[in-house]
Write a protein that binds this ligand. Structure first.
Ligand code: PMP
Length: 408
């Protein structure tokens, strides 16, 4: 309260006026994807109405406009995560593609038999599977830092996994399944003492907290635009320039080359080296608009407001009979993951949907961490600055009704 006005923010998001099943839409599935403000929707229309072209600056007027808009989006992205240079910002489809790019370019060149890759139990499948693939290709070993009963990484156990064989550490900044904020900065520093490169998965962090790649000192930072009020199909990889400069291309094709003969190809320097083919130009421009929108509200304001809302929701949910909250770390952002005694999560999700309340029930693409808590699935409500105490009350009231219905 007082930090920001969620009702004013709601007015920026046209979809929040939708009715579903003849009910007011309560969007609590923000960890899956966020809704888009008018500023982003308008920016996409403007691009297609006034600027659309492929990006080859010199060709003609629209090409220059499209190139300028695309590069302005790269600058907006750089500013948002406080990267030193736009040369360190590579546009990709999203977090998944970004991690695969790093695994296949940096990983294939630098990981060998007997080497080790360290992740945590909290990781999304996108930060597990590419490393398993690399390990099996290279004869390397995947090691996993455990979490405690509240869902926080056990730092002492993590540190024990690091050693001279550790080549890559890849960790999430915020868990999508539990909401845990990991001590990413400390974890980066620890890994660096062993000479490892560190990737921070910022997919769930960027919309909730300041993502400062210089403060984190990570070698790579990856995020998806659609989780920070931007379009789908666009995201970014930050890589320190000395790391990117030494990386081979990932995909080959147009845009990424300086010169091609049948005998050899000379590649562009980063970021173009990693952007083969026609990119997602319009959605990159939309992402730039989304990041500017967040900056206008203030990411710290969003974080503080959501923290209060999370606190409110945590207390309110505790009143629901038989509700067990999964993930109770002291540092959390945006996520309430829970199960109801005697109820299947998909039935809870279905019952909430009929009341207009959108949550996700399932494994959230993070099966190992749910199994750590003896579960295959949870109900997940996840927050954004347009959510209000009324949204939480609607959720909690509906959960009470579901539990009463069951005991009848
Ligand atoms: N990492 C985390 C922590 C995520 O929450 C997600 C999306 N659920 C991803 C990676 C993958 O992101 P995307 O599907 O946008 O590539």
């Amino acid at each position: 309260a007082g930090i920001l006005d969620p009702h004013a923010i709601r007015r920026d998001f046209p979809i929040l006026d939708e009715r579903v099943h003849n009910k007011r839409l309560v969007w609590l599935d923000n960890a899956a994807t966020t809704q888009k403000p008018r500023a982003v929707i308008d920016r996409l229309s403007y691009f297609y109405e006034h600027e659309n072209s492929n990006i080859h600056r010199a060709a003609h007027a629209l090409a220059a406009r499209a190139t300028d808009a695309y590069e302005a989006a790269r600058e907006a992205t750089r500013r948002f995560i406080n990267a030193p240079s736009t040369r360190e910002i590579v546009f990709v489809r999203g977090t998944t593609e970004g991690i695969n790019l790093i695994a296949q370019s940096w990983g294939r060149r630098n990981v060998g038999p007997g080497d080790e890759i360290v992740i945590t139990w909290l990781e999304h499948h996108a930060n597990i599977v590419p490393w398993q693939q690399l390990c099996s290709e290279k004869g390397a070993r995947l090691r996993v830092a455990p979490v405690d009963d509240r869902g926080q990484v056990i730092l002492e156990e993590y540190e024990k996994l690091l050693g001279p064989r550790t080549r890559i550490v890849s960790i999430t900044q915020v868990s999508n399944a539990l909401g845990t904020i990991t001590p990413a900065r400390e974890m980066v520093a620890m890994a660096h003492r062993h000479g490892a490169r560190v990737i921070v998965d910022g997919a769930q962090a960027v919309s909730h907290m300041r993502a400062d790649v210089q403060l984190l000192d990570c070698d790579f930072y990856v995020f998806s635009g659609h989780k920070v009020f931007g379009p789908t199909g666009i995201g970014a990889v930050f890589g320190k320039s000395e790391v990117l400069d030494a990386m081979p291309p990932w995909q080959g094709g147009g845009n990424m080359i300086a010169d091609v003969t049948f005998e050899r190809t000379i590649y562009h320097p980063p970021p173009a080296r990693f952007e083969a083919g026609t990119g997602n130009i319009a959605d990159a421009v939309g992402l730039g608009a989304a990041l500017d929108y967040v900056t206008r509200i203030g990411i710290e304001n969003i974080g503080r407001y959501e923290h209060e809302l999370l606190h409110y929701a945590t207390h309110a949910l505790a009143s629901v009979p038989g509700l067990r909250l999964i993930g109770t770390a002291a540092d959390k952002a945006g996520v309430l993951s829970f199960v109801l005694d005697g109820q299947r999560t998909e039935d809870v999700g279905g019952a909430l949907d009929r009341e207009g309340i959108a949550v996700r029930s399932g494994h959230h693409c993070a099966q190992p961490i749910l199994r750590r808590f003896g579960l295959e699935s949870t109900v997940r409500a996840s927050l954004a600055p347009y959510n209000t105490c009324e949204d939480i009350d609607a959720l909690v009231d509906a959960l009470h009704r579901i539990q009463i219905g069951r005991s009848r």
